[in-house]
Design a protein around this ligand. Structure first.
Ligand SMILES: Cc1cc2nc3c(=O)[nH]c(=O)nc-3n(C[C@H](O)[C@H](O)[C@H](O)COP(=O)(O)O)c2cc1C
Length: 160
């Protein structure tokens, strides 16, 4: 996806299992493109090790299950090449439905410390939880695209 104004090259990479992080990534990518950024959006299931060196800015989105941030997301955060980039991380999580700050501290902060990262921003957004006792595939839609949209608009200024 290429825009004509060119505010910089952005990689939006995402690790998803249930689709929420993918939806959030598309929102972020769309808003950046609308603001003149050149964006490459990558599903880490299809491309496990995207080329980071081609980009000035890396935005990683990942989900979490069973207390573990998705391995493909963690793997990208562990890449040495990330250290020279502007980095933004976001998470979609069940805990963030009630308490985004708790999810941010619990899941993202330990990774940031472990890999010695200095992200411009890192956030947790509400994901979807399976219905208790119900069909595993039936999940109440607790996701909040509007919250992500608002955040992505604020992000534009930070990334310029
Ligand atoms: C089997 C399963 C386990 C989960 N475990 C957690 C968890 O430990 N902590 C949490 O905050 N959310 C948990 N969730 C909620 C997910 O983080 C949520 O579904 C999120 O949307 C996942 O992102 P994705 O849709 O991009 O895969 C779990 C969801 C499922 C289906």
């Amino acid at each position: 996806m290429i825009s004509d104004k060119d505010n910089g090259q952005v990689l939006v990479a995402y690790a998803t299992k249930g689709g929420v992080t993918e939806e959030y990534s598309s929102i972020v990518a769309g808003i950046l493109i609308a603001n003149g950024f050149q964006v490459e959006q990558v599903d880490l299931r299809r491309n496990k090790r995207p080329e980071i060196s081609d980009h000035d800015i890396v935005i990683l989105g990942t989900g979490v299950r069973m207390g573990r941030v998705y391995g493909r997301g963690k793997k990208l955060l562990g890449q040495e090449a990330l250290k020279n980039k502007k980095l933004v991380i976001f998470l979609s999580s069940g805990i963030a439905i009630e308490d985004p700050e708790q999810a941010r501290q619990k899941f993202l902060l330990p990774l940031i410390e472990k890999y010695g990262l200095q992200p411009l921003d890192y956030r947790a957004f509400p994901g979807r939880m399976p219905e208790p006792g119900g069909n595993k595939d039936k999940k109440k839609d607790t996701s909040d695209p509007e919250m992500v949209k608002k955040w992505a608009k604020d992000l534009v200024e930070k990334l310029k």
